[in-house]
Design a protein around this ligand. Structure first.
Ligand SMILES: [Fe+2]
Length: 357
């Protein structure tokens, strides 16, 4: 019998088996029937702190495993970044094993992992925690782009590690340089521009393969030669660096954190990455990103043509405009539909707050 603290259950949650009081004869909710808010409030008023079920919470079943796995991965990334910050030699083989695992999971079903990443950040998180989130999501997106390019598992592994560690140079800078809402002083801006070289040197000092080190140096180089630190053009930039550049820029725009990076000054919004005006990014890579995520990325909230808000849960291969969505009713996911199939279209992106209202 599983014990559930009443404060850990949301009203509307349903269980796979009967939910009861400690005495199993007192049925609180039948299998699959959502716990009513009034009943939940009454139970807590009556000081029933725990409820019991042989089953699990159905509404959390789908994503809880991925959420836990994602959070564990995030903690692991944080550990690596902390080690790098203290110049401790990270275990490359262990990193490679972990990333190879992620590659296989992403090949199997990227949707659940992407949904697990879609969570508002706690504003109180530290700069290095936010760097861990940026690094983890950049790593995931880099691998997804690499999968579109049909790279071998071995190359996807290198690319994933490169995506994970591309901001290593930031760890050698004061946190206010890359994590602050304030605009940068000329001195701090100079510091920021040094992070690609610092990162490259740091990873090199641990004898990491060149394929993993190069994106740390080159992820701010741009196709049109207007990047830094060297300002070189398309044919001088490594493929992994181009992929990490798109993943990193996309993540930086998609997140709400005050994560400061050159891309914020370089372009005005996420759509510009997708439109690729000014040809800052390699077109093939932008297309691969759109293909992998669809125009409406997994986890994002949208308004449907029938007036219902929904959350994108899966992209359909070759149909970037018509992903599978879950309709939001009363602040919770309900029916899943494939847009267009039922004559229903996405009419635009909305915020989480608008979707949940
Ligand atoms: Fe960077």
């Amino acid at each position: 019998m599983n014990k559930f603290n009443i404060f850990g259950i949301s009203s509307g949650d349903a269980f796979s088996e009967a939910l009861t009081l400690e005495d199993p004869d007192y049925l609180v909710a039948a299998p699959g029937i959502p716990l009513q808010r009034k009943l939940k409030d009454a139970l807590s008023d009556w000081r029933f702190e725990d409820l019991y079920s042989e089953g699990t919470i159905l509404s959390q079943d789908k994503s809880i495993h991925e959420k836990i796995a994602y959070n564990q991965f995030l903690d692991w990334t944080l550990g690596i970044l902390n080690d790098l910050a203290e110049d401790k030699d990270p275990d490359y083989d262990l990193i490679a094993e972990k990333i190879q695992n992620l590659v296989q999971n992403l090949k199997e079903d990227p949707s659940k992992i992407l949904l697990a990443c879609e969570e508002d950040l706690n504003e109180n998180e530290s700069a290095i925690q936010n760097l861990a989130v940026h690094s983890t999501i950049s790593c995931i997106l880099s691998i997804l782009i690499g999968i579109q390019f049909k790279l071998s598992d071995e190359r996807l592994e290198e690319l994933g590690i490169a995506g994970l560690l591309h901001e290593a140079g930031m760890l050698k800078l004061p946190t206010e340089v890359y994590y602050s809402n304030l605009s940068l002083s000329p001195v701090n801006r100079k510091h920021l521009l040094a992070h690609p070289v610092l990162g490259y040197k740091l990873l090199k000092s641990f004898k990491f393969p060149e394929a993993v080190c190069a994106p740390a140096l080159e992820h701010h180089e741009r196709e049109n030669g207007q990047g830094y630190p060297r300002g070189v053009g398309s044919n001088k930039i490594n493929l992994y660096s181009k992929i990490v550049a798109v993943a990193c820029s996309y993540e930086a725009f998609n997140s709400k954190k005050p994560y400061k990076d050159e891309v914020r000054q370089a372009t005005r919004g996420i759509l510009e990455i997708l439109r690729n005006e000014g040809k800052a990014y390699d077109d093939r890579i932008v297309r691969a990103l759109v293909q992998a995520l669809s125009i409406y990325p997994i986890g994002s909230f949208v308004m449907l043509s029938n007036g219902s808000p929904a959350q994108v849960i899966r992209s359909i291969p070759n149909e970037p405009k018509f992903p599978q969505v879950a309709v939001i009713k009363n602040g919770k996911q309900s029916d899943e539909i494939i847009t267009r199939a039922d004559g229903i279209y996405i009419i635009g992106a909305i915020s989480r707050q608008e979707a949940m209202a």
